[in-house]
Design a protein. Structure first.
Length: 379
């Protein structure tokens, strides 16, 4: 790839064996122009493209899985879908069984949603479920542990009645006040269980933009929504939107159902989505609203900002995530992000690993761990 192919490589030493096969697999993808169709193998053994047939692509998929590690395979598959327009081949069950499943592939399958033939749907669900289960395994335990700690801390009270004192935590917090001569600890600071507070569940509303560019964020939000919904101390609602608004809360027990309930693509009406979320808030001071969107508003801009301002004034913790993925710096509307930041609603891109910390901070009403990047707009 660096030296060029055939007479252009400048070495005078042709590749052979595994090196030639790897070179052919790379040339099949990167040696033809984006969108190229026909493919053939030249006499030199270098592939001239993937072509449009399922058998040739299936062979290529097998080759790259043989010669490259999984992380590289996923990148090459992604490039093949985007660069050569191979989405149509994913409608065939044999193709889906051959690909390396990842978040990007799930996004592609969701975008194909309504055109998936019946013969492919079950295979597509199996692919999506595999990715979702891997994400849940990676993210669930840490998310539950982080948020359980945050909920526990937010439930404690600093001036408890005698019967509500948590003596274990109170003693630990006052060990510095130990008086050796009296063999006692002076409880300068009392920590209580906050029984009344514990009976009130925090409410979380995930409001997710399902426009085509947000595919990876939709996948991660669905997994996190299911994890949050499994916690009894939280009341979780999941709302997805384009120009219409769909409440998928009743499907949160299965994130795969949630994902197939979305429809990637279409326009964006953030104002309408926030209006719906606002109408479902019953206890503002105990509610966290997380808007996951690139903020390219197609609805009423001033209405969107007024709703955010009203929710914050009522005591709602409002967070705007420009992306919830590992895909790097997202494209987003900088003017809208700056306007939200001016209202005290930070707008920033968030990785899945950081999301539990963001939610914990929002629940405890403390400053959010905003990444120090050019995609973060601080308060």
């Amino acid at each position: 790839m660096v030296l060029g192919g055939e007479s252009a490589d400048g070495t005078g030493h042709p590749l052979s064996g595994t090196d030639a096969a790897m070179d052919g697999a790379l040339t099949a993808l990167y040696g033809s122009a984006p969108g190229a169709g026909a493919a053939s193998r030249g006499s030199g053994g270098r592939s001239a493209g993937l072509g449009g047939s399922a058998p040739s692509v299936a062979r290529w998929l097998g080759d790259i899985r043989t010669y490259f590690p999984s992380s590289v395979v996923q990148i090459m598959q992604r490039d093949a879908i985007d660069r050569l327009g191979l989405s149509g081949l994913l409608l065939e069950p044999e193709m889906l069984e051959a690909v390396e499943a990842d978040v990007h592939l799930v996004g592609t399958l969701l975008s194909l949603g309504k055109v998936l033939p019946e013969t492919t749907k079950e295979t597509a669900r199996a692919v999506v479920r595999k990715v979702v289960q891997e994400l849940e395994k990676k993210l669930a335990s840490r998310t539950r542990a982080t948020l359980t700690g945050a909920l526990d801390r937010s439930a404690r009270i600093s001036r408890p009645r005698h019967r509500d004192i948590d003596w274990d935590r109170t003693i630990r917090a006052n060990l510095k006040n130990y008086l050796p001569e009296h063999h006692t600890v002076v409880p300068e600071r009392l920590i209580g269980y906050g029984r009344a507070s514990r009976s009130v569940r925090k409410e979380v509303i995930l409001c997710v933009d399902q426009s085509g560019s947000m595919a990876a964020s939709v996948v991660h939000a669905s997994v996190f929504g299911a994890v949050l919904a499994s916690m009894r101390s939280l009341a979780t609602r999941l709302v997805v939107f384009d120009t219409a608004v769909v409440d998928l809360t009743d499907q949160l027990d299965d994130p795969v159902d949630v994902l197939f309930g979305t429809q990637l693509g279409g326009g964006t009406d953030i104002n309408r989505a926030l209006a719906y979320c606002q109408s479902r808030i019953t206890r503002p001071a105990d509610t966290v609203v997380v808007l996951i969107s690139d903020l390219y508003e197609g609805g009423i801009r001033d209405g969107m900002l007024k709703r955010v301002a009203a929710m914050k004034a009522a005591g709602v913790e409002f967070v705007a995530l420009l992306a919830l993925s590992d895909e790097g710096t997202p494209a987003y509307d900088r003017d809208h992000a700056a306007a939200l930041a001016a209202l005290g609603a930070p707008a920033f891109a968030c990785t899945p690993d950081l999301f539990p910390e963001v939610m914990a901070a929002a629940i405890e009403k403390r400053p959010l761990p905003v990444p120090d990047t050019d995609t973060a707009l601080r308060r």
